[in-house]
Unconditional design. Structure first.
Length: 297
């Protein structure tokens, strides 16, 4: 059993902290949301009054935050975690941010003798609740090995992608592909529906054929085709359009920095940005299905 601090109890972080408790760890948590803190308390977590208190006297501190600016602030502000973390504490950031920010924060902590790994996750809210997330880690091999006991309480796959920041690069590559698959799956289903096909039958056909993919088989974007997915719950409770748009922006920044060609990624980024600007940013990213509806004749 380890003493774990956890900061950031959103749709992903809340279930992750709860699974740490189920795994036998002692968990103290902080979030700005009273509702999130209440849910964490019901799950067996101890509530503390600040981020720095969450990082005090723990073996591990886990952060799950929305964007680069939040990670930088929580770790490196004058009253940030860097001012209280012990050299015996391993910092694990599970946020999806730029590789540059992960390296910057990690280097600042390393100067203080504090180990840090970037460990963004894949698997969505469902995976967070089920404890089946995939962790994509960047950092020193010893630090990643040390983190395994804690990560295994929240997920089933743990990969060491490479040096610090490598986890973030791998994550944005994965999410770029995921978004492209979601748009393509949505287009194919809408085309079939426009020609009178039953989307459930069409999904079964494609799942048994060469069009099979995760967004079709596990996270179908068409309402009513699959139970227990956001599309059948008004596109609520999943991975937000705004967050997918953010991740696609990170992918485009990385492509620009390296000279990589990502035409499908760029197009998909524009689609998700536009869908958000039309007022759908708080819906699950599978709601892009409604953006590619056929034009009525």
């Amino acid at each position: 059993m380890a003493n774990v601090g956890f900061i950031g109890l959103g749709n992903m972080g809340g279930p992750m902290a709860a699974n740490l408790v189920k795994g036998g760890h002692k968990v103290q948590v902080f979030d700005l949301s009273d509702a999130a803190l209440s849910a964490a308390k019901e799950a067996g977590c101890s509530i503390v009054n600040s981020a720095t208190e969450a990082a005090t006297q723990v073996d591990f501190i886990v952060t799950m935050l929305p964007a680069d600016k939040h990670v930088k602030s929580v770790y490196l502000a004058d009253d940030g975690l860097i001012s209280v973390l012990s050299k015996d504490t391993l910092a694990i950031d599970c946020s999806t941010i730029s590789a540059e920010t992960a390296r910057f924060v990690g280097a600042a902590l390393k100067e203080k003798g504090i180990d840090f790994i970037d460990a963004p996750v894949s698997g969505g809210v469902g995976g967070a609740k089920a404890g089946t997330l995939t962790f994509i880690c960047g950092g020193e091999a010893g630090a990643v090995a040390r983190a395994r006991d804690v990560l295994q309480a929240m997920g089933k796959n743990i990969f060491h992608a490479g040096e610090m920041g490598a986890g973030q690069v791998a994550k944005i590559c994965n999410n770029m592909l995921l978004s492209v698959l979601m748009v393509g799956t949505s287009e194919a289903l809408q085309l079939g529906i426009a020609h009178g096909l039953d989307p459930k039958v069409l999904s079964q056909i494609m799942a048994a054929s060469s069009g099979s993919n995760w967004t079709l088989d596990v996270y179908n974007p068409c309402p009513g085709v699959m139970d227990n997915v956001p599309s059948s719950n008004g596109y609520q409770g999943g991975f937000l359009v705004d967050l997918m748009s953010k991740d696609l922006g990170l992918a485009q920044q990385a492509a620009l920095a390296s000279g990589a060609a990502t035409p499908m990624g760029a197009l998909t980024h524009n689609l998700y940005r536009s869908w958000s600007q039309l007022g759908h940013g708080r819906e699950d990213f599978s709601s892009i299905f409604n953006y590619v509806k056929p034009i009525s004749k």
